[in-house]
Design a protein around this ligand. Structure first.
Ligand SMILES: Nc1ncnc2c1ncn2[C@@H]1O[C@H](COP(=O)(O)OP(=O)(O)OP(=O)(O)O)[C@@H](O)[C@H]1O
Ligand SMILES: C[C@@](O)(CCOP(=O)(O)OP(=O)(O)O)CC(=O)O
Length: 422
């Protein structure tokens, strides 16, 4: 290890998107290796609005592996972090930076310590898949730092060992996690079905119903489901394999009606499986149910689906609109039923890629929300009840790309001199 006395710090920063499953992963056949009981399919969300940024650094001056998440030091002693670190270290290559006088041989990765700093630009552990973006970013950035010569699918199988859904965040667009057959998990990995440009009409609106940390983590919840739910066995064996084929077809043909029908049905079955667990798990709340009813009623009144909804292990709704115009109409409906509290401001109530959608929806300020008429499909139900303040905020986004390196040093979360958080 040349340059040891110089106490150099070498680092890499990367940004990785989060993803939302349209055919859900729920249930493991191997808890340690994180091997699922069925395939799943997700869409990758635009990292501009929901992403993790991670800086990883190596230096001979570091005396132990350390990690900071959202500015707070956390322990890396958990099995999942350890498995990812072990897998990636064993694949490290030679690294040389002549200018800085750094030379790392592949065997050195076993002895060198790492500093890792990560930041999620959205709520952590609130059902917005922070673990997915987080572990994908950890593995991707370490692979770059350590000059790991493996393709993205192989990296996805390492990220999978951090959190199952993380394997799908190694690609943009539409992604399938193939459950695989191998007992050791070598074939349980993600592949890209289509990139984000394949179907760029789609617009995503997320209703953040609660940014509180949830009561039952996905890990514990799915363990209980595997142990107690008969419905899960039926789902994994009979339902999902057919849905996966249909979903791949719908994506390939940009068939929104089929895409929406499958997405909603699969989200509902996942929550039914949660209810079939003993003790039952409730991830959705009354607001989630109201959002489902609103979308179902509207879709039915149009005769063909305008919007798909899906809910992960929490009450937040992720809605996928067939195009920008529909997204505007969706937002009008959502804002009508879930207006902000009177002290809110529109800029923080609707965030992300919103200006065009708000403009299409004819909303420039809070007074326009108050003036929204009840949706036409609700005309039998006047006066309509409103649920002010029940949605904390909305995020407007779209499909996005996979992980990227951030070369601009100002984006790094660690200080290049000290290797400590900035
Ligand atoms: N940026 C990150 N880097 C590394 N690990 C992270 C990062 N963000 C979150 N995690 C890990 O993921 C855990 C949260 O995962 P959890 O599954 O409980 O919530 P979630 O991923 O936000 O929600 P869900 O997966 O149910 O949609 C954190 O406690 C932490 O261990
Ligand atoms: C409901 C889900 O979001 C479950 C995600 O579970 P995690 O990937 O968070 O679970 P672990 O593998 O135990 O870390 C559905 C999905 O993303 O497919």
């Amino acid at each position: 290890m040349a340059g040891e006395s110089e106490k150099w710090v070498l680092m890499v920063t990367a940004q990785t998107p989060t993803n939302i499953a349209v055919i859900k992963y729920w249930g493991k056949r191997d808890e340690t290796l994180i091997l699922p009981v069925n395939d799943s399919i997700s869409v990758t969300l635009d990292p501009e609005h929901l992403c993790t940024t991670t800086t990883v650094a190596v230096s001979p001056s570091f005396d132990r592996d350390r990690m900071w998440l959202n500015g707070k030091e956390i322990s890396l002693s958990g099995g999942r972090y350890q498995n990812c670190l072990k897998e990636i270290r064993s694949r490290g290559g030679n690294v040389e930076d002549e200018k800085k006088g750094i030379k790392i041989a592949k065997e050195d990765w076993q002895k060198l310590h790492l500093h890792i700093a990560s930041y999620n630009n959205f709520p952590t552990a609130a059902g917005l898949a922070s673990s997915a973006a987080g572990f994908a970013c950890l593995v991707f950035s370490l692979a770059k730092l350590m000059n790991v010569n493996e393709d993205q699918s192989k990296l996805s199988a390492i990220a999978r060992q951090g959190s199952g859904s993380a394997c799908r965040s190694l690609y943009g667009g539409f992604v399938k996690w193939i459950m695989g057959k191998d007992e050791k998990g070598s074939d349980s990995l993600a592949v890209q079905l289509a990139d984000e440009k394949h179907w760029d009409d789609l617009v995503i609106v997320i209703a953040v119903v609660s940014s509180q940390q949830k009561e039952t983590s996905s890990t514990t919840g799915m363990r209980d489901t595997v142990e107690t739910s008969l419905l899960l066995q039926h789902r994994a064996k009979e339902v999902v394999p057919k849905r996966i084929l249909q979903m791949e077809e719908a994506i390939k043909n940009r068939d929104f009606a089929s895409f929406a029908q499958l997405t909603c049905a699969d989200s509902n079955q996942f929550h039914a499986v949660c209810l079939d667990t003993s003790p039952p798990i409730f991830y959705m709340n009354a607001t989630s149910h109201r959002i489902i009813s609103l979308v179902e009623k509207w879709n039915r009144s149009e005769g063909t689906p305008q919007v798909a909804y899906t809910f992960d292990a929490g009450p937040n709704a992720v809605m996928i609109a067939r195009n920008r115009k529909t997204a505007g109409l969706l937002l009008q409906r959502l804002l009508f039923y879930f207006p902000p509290n009177s002290d809110a401001d529109l800029n923080s109530f609707v965030v992300g890629d919103k200006s065009i959608i708000l403009q299409d929806a004819g909303i420039e300020g809070l007074k326009d929300i108050e003036a929204l008429p009840p949706p036409a499909e609700n005309k039998d139900n006047i006066p309509s009840q409103k649920y002010r303040g029940d949605v904390s905020y909305f995020i407007c986004t779209r499909l996005g790309r996979g992980p990227v390196l951030l070369l601009d040093e100002s984006k790094a979360l660690l200080n290049l001199e000290t290797g400590l958080p900035k």
